[in-house]
Design a protein. Structure first.
Length: 142
């Protein structure tokens, strides 16, 4: 059974992963309308990954006796300045998500919830990969 604190922070993360999915979807759509099919494809794939992240949290909260909440999401920006700015924004966003995942881990440790502390490690590793792949793209284009 999740403690209230861990349940709440996991629900916060559901919102953040869902927003990430919509943010990358908005970016993908923008890139597609600008004729950048390759970049759009990468962003559409990222959007799908983020949706899977959100689902992982939803399923985990419910599996552990909590109640996952599907929230409303803030509308992501419609327009972007350009490709380097867009990827800089993706990296900045992923760094925020990394910090957010760390807070979930810290809450789990504080609550002595070893199962969640162990489960969240997948996301810790995933964030390393995501930041690194975006950094690689930024290095290539700047
Ligand atoms: Fe699921 Fe890239 O954060």
């Amino acid at each position: 059974m999740l403690t209230k604190k861990v349940e709440e922070i996991c629900n916060r993360q559901i919102e953040r992963e869902g927003f990430s999915s919509n943010l990358y979807l908005a970016m993908a759509s923008w890139a597609e309308t600008k004729g950048m099919a390759g970049i759009a494809a990468w962003l559409y794939a990222q959007s799908e990954e983020e949706r899977v992240h959100m689902l992982k949290f939803i399923r985990y909260v419910n599996e552990r006796g909590g109640s996952a909440i599907v929230p409303e999401f803030k509308k992501p920006p419609v327009k972007y300045k350009g490709i380097p700015e867009l990827f800089a924004e993706v990296l900045k966003h992923e760094k925020c998500i990394t910090a957010s995942i760390s807070e979930v881990l810290e809450a789990a440790i504080a609550e002595k919830d070893h199962a969640t502390a162990n489960w969240i490690q997948w996301f810790v590793k995933e964030q390393v990969e995501e930041e690194s792949s975006v950094q690689l793209i930024l290095d290539k284009i700047s």
